[in-house]
Write a protein that binds this ligand. Sequence first.
Ligand code: ATP
Length: 209
Amino acid sequence: MIAIFQERVCGMGKECLLQVQNVTKRYGDKIALNNFSMDICPGEIVALIGENGAGKTTLLNIICGYIKPSAGQVQYKGENIIEKPLAIREFGILIEPQFLDYISAEENLRLLSQLVNRKQDTRIEELLKKTELYSSRKKKVKEFSFGMKQRLGLCQCLLTEVGFLILDEPFTGLDPINVEMFMEAIREFKKKGCSIIFSSHRMEHVEMF
Ligand code: ATP
């Protein structure tokens, strides 16, 4: 079961940003996610807490358009995003971040910015500094530790300056200093009035926001 923790800022004329309605995902006989519904308004932070196998990653992948649900609807700003996935331009996504590990951290970020057709050298520099990766920017990603890769994933996720972040287990495997660095970047994002959905196994991560 997935528990949803959400400080509501809806009402006062705010429209829903994201609506997940009765979403189910089946793999053969296996039900990965069962009739799940939720909605998010602009400026809200939502935590999905659940045990291993509860379906958190499945749900986030469906929202991103990476996998199709067996039933149900997902709408973002009123548009059906199952039919028309928006992921790369509209969302900042951190779900099992992928890199080309034989090129440098900086080159990975440049490549991603080319994919979204934007030149973002200043933003890349800013993010590498914020995540304390600047001195390692020329290193090949295959030489990075887990925590460094996770921080590079956060850079990827924040690169396109979107209004909505989707983070799957962002704190897992990070030491307390890295968790705080992540939190700081997320709090900054929140201050701009953006929305965030993240998954975790641990309640303490909900209380940190
Ligand atoms: P964790 O906290 O361990 O990451 P989770 O809550 O993110 O778990 P999911 O990864 O969404 O859970 O998986 C939900 C269920 O769906 C699990 O039982 C998993 O084994 C199953 N599942 C996920 N992907 C597939 C797949 N491609 N084929 C078959 N079963 C799958």
